[in-house]
Each structure stands twice: as structure tokens, then as C-alpha cells.
Ligand binder design. Structure first.
Ligand code: COA
Length: 118
């Protein structure tokens, strides 16, 4: 869970801590971003704040070339977080995952250092 306090700390944390939120593939200089917020705290901007901080560290702190993420089509709030931090939709993987017995489409987003806006 990422709370406001924790997400604010993220910006100041070192690269070792950031790895808990990024699955880093150094050979490709890329990382996959993931986040989860406890339901009582939804809608407060916490995921956006934390995701922005982690992406900032991925580029400025770790020197990565790309961060990507995906969300279920059925989870538009997660996609909205990706859009708000400047990630671009790159495609849809149709029926890519089976979740609770149902085939789900995955929307893929990516961001490069040049895409980051202050
Ligand atoms: C998705 C999740 C991370 C969002 O966390 P959060 O802290 O509530 O996100 P934020 O408050 O930063 O931003 C949410 C945005 O989604 C929008 N949103 C919420 N429900 C929405 C919906 N049904 N459709 C479209 N947008 C929606 C909000 O309005 C907000 O955008 P805005 O600031 O432009 O109004 C959180 O709901 C969660 O942890 N869900 C369960 C795990 C999960 O889905 N993880 C992501 C896997 S990819």
C-alpha cells in the first residue's frame, strides 16, 4: 500500500527502495511500474504522486531509458494515473490475461525521459 506519507518519502528514497515499485530490467535499461492503493485512500491523488516520483527516480536517479506499465481495460482509474504522469498509450494486448475466469485485455503505456513534463 502506498499512503500519502509513504509516497512523499519515495521522492527522497534511494534507488534500492525504488526497486520495490519498479521491476527493473537493466540489460534493456527499462522498468515496469506497478502500484496499488488501499481502497479507503482511493481518489486522493496518492497513486499519481507516487508514480510520478518513481518515474522521476527511474530516469534521473537510475538512468533508465524507458518505464512501462499496463492496466486492465476494466480498470480505467489506473490508466488515468498513467496518463496524468505523462505516459503514452502504446497498444492493447487483447485477451492477454485470464482473471477470475475471464479473458481480459491489457492496455500498455510507456514513458521515455523526453516525455516527462515538470
Ligand atoms: C488504480 C489505483 C492505483 C488508483 O489510485 P488512486 O490513488 O485512487 O489514484 P489517483 O487519485 O492518483 O488518480 C485516480 C484518477 O482516476 C480517475 N478515476 C477514478 N475512477 C475512474 C473510472 N472509473 N474511470 C476513469 N477514471 C477514473 C480519478 O478521477 C483520478 O483522475 P483525475 O485526477 O483526473 O480526476 C487504485 O484504485 C488501486 O490501487 N486499485 C487496485 C490495484 C490496481 O488496480 N493497481 C493498478 C494495476 S495496473
Amino acid at each position: 500500500m502506498v499512503t500519502l506519507v509513504q509516497s512523499r518519502r519515495l521522492a527522497a528514497r534511494d534507488a534500492e527502495s525504488i526497486r520495490r515499485h519498479l521491476r527493473i530490467e537493466l540489460e534493456h535499461r527499462r522498468a515496469e511500474l506497478g502500484y496499488w492503493i488501499g481502497r479507503p485512500w482511493w481518489g486522493n491523488g496518492f497513486a499519481t504522486e507516487a508514480a510520478r516520483a518513481v518515474v522521476g527516480q527511474a530516469f534521473a536517479g537510475l538512468g533508465l531509458a524507458r518505464v512501462f506499465a499496463h492496466h486492465f481495460v476494466s480498470n480505467p482509474a489506473s490508466g488515468r494515473v498513467m496518463q496524468k504522469i505523462g505516459m503514452r498509450q502504446e497498444g492493447v494486448l487483447r485477451r492477454h490475461v485470464i482473471k477470475w475466469g475471464r479473458c481480459e485485455d491489457l492496455v500498455v503505456y510507456g514513458i521515455l525521459p523526453d516525455d516527462v513534463t515538470p
